[in-house]
Design a binder for this molecule. Structure first.
Ligand code: NAP
Ligand code: MG
Length: 402
């Protein structure tokens, strides 16, 4: 078979540890034999980030904006232990945080559904996508531990001298206070990313917050979503036969549990953090969760939802066998290839992405899987494969589909 040709390069962001090892193997076994793979390569491995004073992360994000589609391997976010392990010049920031700040995006996470890995919620027959706002709220807070009696106030001083003031609480004794913020521009981006993604996927969009209690803060999110929907999306949603609706977060949680899935659930930053772990776990495993960052002007960055699987990497370095699940990383590649195919009008490329995904699903459904899935499958006789044999098993099934 002739290799599939690409016209625009994918921005390839390599990463760290076990996922870096899998990355190479995925390219060699599942991509390069079938595609004339065109990528612009950025090494986001911690060694190279340190060598470039993290310049490479910024360059890769700018390349992502230039070309539109990137695929990213999991990367280490340095902490104290990594400072000495990698002899770092600085405790570099999380690459995901840097890329998000440059792209100003929303993170969409969707579980990969296979027979034999059954959701804990038995009526969930279709995937639920969580759309998480990735800016502000409690993640950019200011906090004070109040030592004793006194007045806590919320004060805004405008550039023109306007002062807005609210009493938070008159303390009689010790306690705590917290200040959080968000900006309309970021909420507007979040709303547009969600509406565009819903149109792209032809799925309903739910958004929920606690506007009955938070009459200004959460209400502002609700109002911005509604204003943008009415002005820009109402017609397009009707045309696509999909729906947008807002409800209270507690009502949303109850409805999600009773639903059969198949929609996008937009969440504020903290709600998305918590709910995406709940949804991933209830669908089976973090290793079966895809993740894509979408900017309001349609720039896409695909990755796996899990980390670099450090514990497996240390085993690998000692020459021990590992059974690391590469499915979410493979789906990061297929997501990016499909999008590239759509944008460049290369149907073969999008088709190939679909077949590679099907090959992964077929392999697991035939009972061949990595250890993380073998311990939760309803298949009575799973065959546990090591990291590399799993990728080879996917290749066999891919060749049969091509
Ligand atoms: P992790 O890499 O997600 O792994 C945590 C545990 O989850 C593993 O030890 C493993 O459990 C299981 N697991 C995760 N992915 C798996 C897979 N593909 N196949 C099989 N098992 C899997 O999280 P971490 O160990 O907390 O973090 C390691 C590094 O990743 C950190 O340096 C962190 O900064 C980074 N990180 C990066 C990203 C990102 O780039 N998107 C996200 C999160 C974390 P068992 O050990 O029980 O088998
Ligand atoms: Mg979390």
């Amino acid at each position: 078979m002739e290799k599939i040709k690409m016209t625009t390069p994918l921005v390839e962001m390599d990463g760290d540890e076990m996922t870096r090892v899998l990355w190479q193997s995925i390219k060699e076994e599942l991509l390069i034999p079938f595609i004339d793979l065109k990528t612009e390569y950025y090494d986001l491995g911690l060694v190279h980030r340190n060598e470039t004073d993290d310049r490479v992360t910024v360059d890769s994000a700018n390349a992502n904006i230039k070309y539109g589609v990137a695929v990213k391997c999991a990367t280490i976010t340095p902490n104290a232990a990594r400072m000495s392990e990698y002899d770092l010049k600085e405790m570099w920031k999380s690459p995901n945080g840097t890329i998000r700040a440059i792209l100003d995006g929303t993170v969409f996470r969707t579980p990969i559904i296979v027979k034999g890995i059954e959701p804990l919620v038995k009526n969930w027959s279709k995937p639920i996508t969580i759309a998480r706002h990735a800016y502000g709220d409690v993640y950019k807070n200011s906090e004070i531990k109040v030592p004793g009696a006194g007045r806590a106030e919320l004060v805004f001083t405008g550039e023109d001298g306007t002062v807005l003031k609210e009493t938070i609480h008159d303390f009689n004794s010790s306690g705590i206070i917290q200040g959080i913020h968000n900006v309309d521009k970021s909420i507007e981006s979040f709303a547009r990313s969600c509406f565009n993604y819903a149109l792209d996927k032809k799925q309903d969009l739910w958004f929920a917050s606690k506007d009955t209690i938070s009459k200004k803060y959460d209400h502002n999110f609700k109002d911005i979503f509604q204003e943008i929907y009415d002005a820009e999306y109402d017609g397009r949603f009707k045309e696509a036969g999909i729906e947008y609706f807002y409800t209270l977060i507690d009502d949303a949680v109850a409805r999600v549990m009773k639903s059969d899935g198949g929609y996008i659930w937009a969440c504020k930053n903290y709600d998305g953090d918590v709910m995406s772990d709940m949804v991933a776990t209830a669908f089976g495993s973090l290793a079966m969760m895809t993740s894509v960052l979408v900017s309001p002007d349609g720039v896409y960055e695909y990755e796996a939802a899990h980390g670099t699987v450090q514990r497996h990497y240390y085993k690998h370095l000692k020459g021990e066998e590992t059974s690391t699940n590469s499915v979410a990383t493979i789906f990061a590649w297929t997501g990016a290839l499909r999008k590239r195919g759509e944008l460049d009008g290369i149907e073969e490329l999008s088709d190939f992405a679909g077949k590679l995904e099907k090959a992964c699903v077929n392999t697991i459904e035939a009972g061949e899987m990595t250890k993380d899935l073998a311990i939760i499958t309803t298949n009575p006789n799973p065959k546990v494969l090591n990291s590399f044999d799993f990728i080879k098993a996917v290749r066999t099934r891919l060749e049969a589909l091509l």
